[in-house]
Design a protein around this ligand. Structure first.
Ligand code: ZN
Length: 238
């Protein structure tokens, strides 16, 4: 087993799966979350519940799961405030990026995480970035993060590795990975306790989790769940 990892855990499906991925590989796993935008509040608020349930339902991982660090980046949210107005929340921009897009935010998140990792003597950062997402944020692409890994290692004179286990997976494969890591109990936990809805709606529980059922965040999650169910049905019949 590898020694230690710091997981960028937002409270969403992807980073929750990455947290389980890290717990299966590292002796010590810590988490960091960034509070930067009101519209992400439901996601941030989902974090402690998920972590508590993970500890309770997965005793084999409990001992490895260390501190959770929450960083207030409210000024980053203010910087992008116009793009984050309620009216703009679920709309897409001309570029096809959701309006919540904060330019370069992952560069900042990883830089904060690396500074913390340095202090905590952790050399591996884990993030749930994914190029197969419809949005494909440029700051979460593989080339960007490889360049950032080099910049951080040089700039801190400390060897930092950025791991992105979901980079080339679609949402169905992400559910499958969760299943392989923790079986149905982990799938259930991610379904119930993580958050992807852009409107912050947690009032309705669908097959694929909580949300409004209408926004792009819910749509992506629902279609991934559906594709995974179909893939499972095919493999069960074959
Ligand atoms: Zn939604």
């Amino acid at each position: 087993m590898q020694k230690a990892a710091l997981v960028l855990f937002s409270g969403g499906q992807d980073s929750a799966t990455c947290l389980a991925w890290a717990l299966a590989r590292f002796e010590r796993v810590e988490t960091i979350g960034f509070d930067y935008a009101q519209r992400r509040r439901a996601e941030v608020d989902a974090r402690p519940g998920f972590i508590a349930a993970l500890r309770e339902r997965f005793p084999r991982w409990e001992a490895r799961l260390g501190a959770d660090h929450r960083v207030d980046m409210g000024e980053l949210g203010q910087l992008a405030e116009t793009a984050l107005s309620p009216e703009a929340q679920a709309r897409m921009t001309a570029k096809g990026l959701p309006d919540a897009f904060v330019p370069g935010r992952n560069l900042m998140f990883f830089t904060y995480a690396a500074a913390l990792a340095y202090r905590r003597e952790i050399q591996v950062l884990v993030g749930g970035m994914c190029e197969t997402d419809y949005s494909a944020y440029p700051d979460g692409r593989d080339d960007t993060l490889k360049a950032l890994q080099v910049a951080l290692s040089l700039g801190m004179e400390y060897p930092v590795t950025i791991e992105t286990p979901l980079m080339w997976m679609d949402k169905a494969a992400t559910w499958q990975l969760a299943f392989e890591l923790g079986g149905d109990p982990l799938v259930q936990l991610i379904r119930e306790e993580t958050h992807s809805c852009y409107l912050g709606d947690r009032s309705k529980l669908f097959e694929w989790g909580r949300g409004c059922g209408l926004c792009p965040g819910c749509g992506l999650r629902a279609s991934g769940w559906q594709a995974w169910q179909e893939a499972r049905a095919v493999s069960a019949s074959g």
